[in-house]
Design a protein around this ligand. Sequence first.
Ligand SMILES: [Zn+2]
Length: 267
Amino acid sequence: MHWQEVGDRVFTRHFDFLDQQIGVVLGGDDVLVVDTRSTPAHAREIAADLLELTRNPISIVVDTHWHWDHAFGNNAFRPAPIWGHLRTAERLRSEGEARRAEVVEALPDLAVDLLAVVIDPPDHTFTDRAAVMVGDRTVALAFHGRAHTDADISVFVPDAAVLFAGDLIENGSPPSFGDGYPIAWPSAVEQLLPLATGAVVPGHGAVGDRAFVQSQLAAFRGLADLAREVQDGSLNIEAAIAGSPFGPRTPRDAFERALAELRGELG
Ligand SMILES: [Zn+2]
């Protein structure tokens, strides 16, 4: 059994590739999948493993955000509707091809599979919140402001108290800041706390809980405070990295993005 049941008929499957977590919610004959991995081959692995849980096909897809490692498998699950933030659809349309080219260059072993990706943005979009019926269950989607990207959403299953947090939080390695808004990010994580009453599934790494969200929130606040000290000249960026609450492996772009955000350069 590849799946971990984290709440009543709510599952997650860990893949070694990028430490990915893929969620599933079963309700009636519906099968909702949270994120679709990175290539058609990766997406087909999800579908094959799902046979351990159900014979029903995937009927609803949710993208937690627009990054290639979460949304490039989308097309494999059509004709299912694909849900996501409006900007997830826009970014996949406007930047998907450029991102594909970058990843092909960075990961040549994956190039053939990446070139087979049909970039397929969400067709069910929203900007604030949405409710999705999965059989007789409701799954709540919500945007909490800019954080890891400009379009991260949480996926909450109230009757099972399971929260899929996407890359708003990561377990086991520092967050990815390349498209991030480190100053706004703590506010988004704070909004996850009321939803963190049971299992909390990050986009990458092991399943956590409320205490995990609290510790991540403290770390994001600490990083934003360090960035403010860099901005006002009382700390240099190397010292900020060395003292980062996410550890010395915190990427430099965490602070570069934060400084750009503080200067009002991120739009
Ligand atoms: Zn991401």
